[in-house]
Design a protein around this ligand. Structure first.
Ligand code: ZN
Length: 377
């Protein structure tokens, strides 16, 4: 009897132990599932920031400047490359220096576009029911605009000296298209450079394509910079337009086709690329000397020469930084995030373009006032 009772107790103990084990196991599984779910939720809520890598970890196609040692993005997806515009890495300031330059030139283009009679007409037509500016209330068509300009000139003439009275003001302002060609070329260069610096970390294929667009942008900016001075200086002797603008365009086409080769996009050919771009810039010395002789007595000559010399100085010093990779070669790793040569080069390019913009305004104001009749060529 006793043995029967013992075996019954033993059986029920075993049974309850097995049930306990099952319950514990179930509880543990439940906790594991819950923990997994929670950690997954946390990962989803807070995506891990993609790590920046050092020069030695870069794929071969990205090894361009060994003096910049850290904070590289390598093979990043396009979306993350796009949002990295708001994150610190060694291209952040390269992107922003030209993005700000682009926004600046976009603003200048808009400010000048609304002064073009046809555009002013369009804006005034759209805003006629809701006048937004003093101008919209005064003038509603290009005829009024031109007459206004003429009236201002006539009033000015009452206050000028007799020698200045000899110069009759033209009836219509000089055409603006060469000025807008330069503004468009500058915007194209600054925007393509911004895009290149932002996305070239994505893949080797995209890197090569973006570098080509970047070099094309630089070439387009150089060619289009020639349009305002050549057009307005030689406006009354237009065969020079074909010689100088044709010459620089041919040089630009040669440059772009030469740089299409992937080998020439590498760091080894940095100085060769700088030489190609600089020769295009130095080509400008020929029409500058020619234009100075043609307009020897023009009081505005020295002002435009000062602006254009400042532009030349900015571009040449920018090229020197680009080729020598100073200051990072002096202290490798010190200028990874801020102050390295490419950022300085970008700032100098924007300053050079602004100096050229200043010169172009002087050319425009002079041609508007003088026209063609009083120029000796
Ligand atoms: Zn650049």
């Amino acid at each position: 009897m006793s043995s029967f009772r013992d075996s019954f107790v033993l059986r029920s103990r075993r049974k309850s132990k097995t049930k306990m084990d099952r319950d514990t196991h179930f509880a543990m599984e439940k906790k594991k599932f819950h923990d997994n779910h929670e950690s997954k939720k946390q990962t989803d809520d807070k995506p891990k920031r993609r790590a920046l890598v050092s020069f030695s970890e870069l794929p071969e196609y990205m090894k361009d400047n060994e003096f910049i040692q850290k904070y590289y993005r390598a093979n990043w997806p396009l979306k993350e490359a796009l949002f990295s515009v708001f994150r610190w890495h060694n291209e952040t300031l390269n992107v922003w220096t030209h993005l700000i330059g682009f926004i600046l030139f976009l603003g200048l283009t808009m400010a000048n576009l609304i002064q073009v009679p046809q555009i002013a007409d369009l804006i005034s037509l759209i805003t006629r029911s809701f006048p937004i500016s003093a101008y919209a209330n005064v003038s509603h068509n290009s005829e009024d605009f031109i007459l206004q300009g003429t009236t201002t000139n006539l009033i000015d003439l009452k206050q000028v000296t007799p020698s200045e009275m000899d110069i009759a003001p033209p009836l219509t302002p000089v055409t603006r298209w060469p000025f807008f060609v330069f503004l468009a070329g500058s915007m194209f260069c600054l925007l393509s450079s911004t895009i290149c610096h932002l996305f070239s970390c994505h893949s080797h294929k995209l890197n090569l394509q973006l570098l080509r667009i970047d070099y094309t942008g630089i070439t387009v900016m150089i060619i289009t910079s020639f349009f305002p001075p050549i057009y307005y200086i030689f406006q009354c002797d237009s065969h020079w337009h074909f010689i100088y603008l044709g010459g620089i365009t041919a040089m630009g086409i040669f440059t772009v086709f030469t740089l299409l080769s992937p080998t020439l996009s590498t760091g080894k050919f940095r100085a060769f690329r700088a030489l190609l771009f600089s020769s295009m810039g130095f080509f400008g010395i020929v029409p500058a000397i020619h234009g100075s002789f043609v307009n020897w007595d023009n009081p505005k000559r020295n002002v435009t020469l000062a602006y254009e010399s400042a532009m030349g100085l900015f571009y040449v010093s920018g090229t020197v930084f680009y080729v020598t990779r100073v200051p990072e070669r002096w202290k490798p790793g010190w200028f990874d995030l801020a102050g390295h040569s490419h950022q300085i080069f970008h700032v100098l390019v924007v300053l050079g373009a602004l100096a050229h913009y200043g010169a172009t305004l002087v050319f425009l104001e002079w041609r508007d006032r003088v026209g063609c009749s009083n120029i000796i060529v």
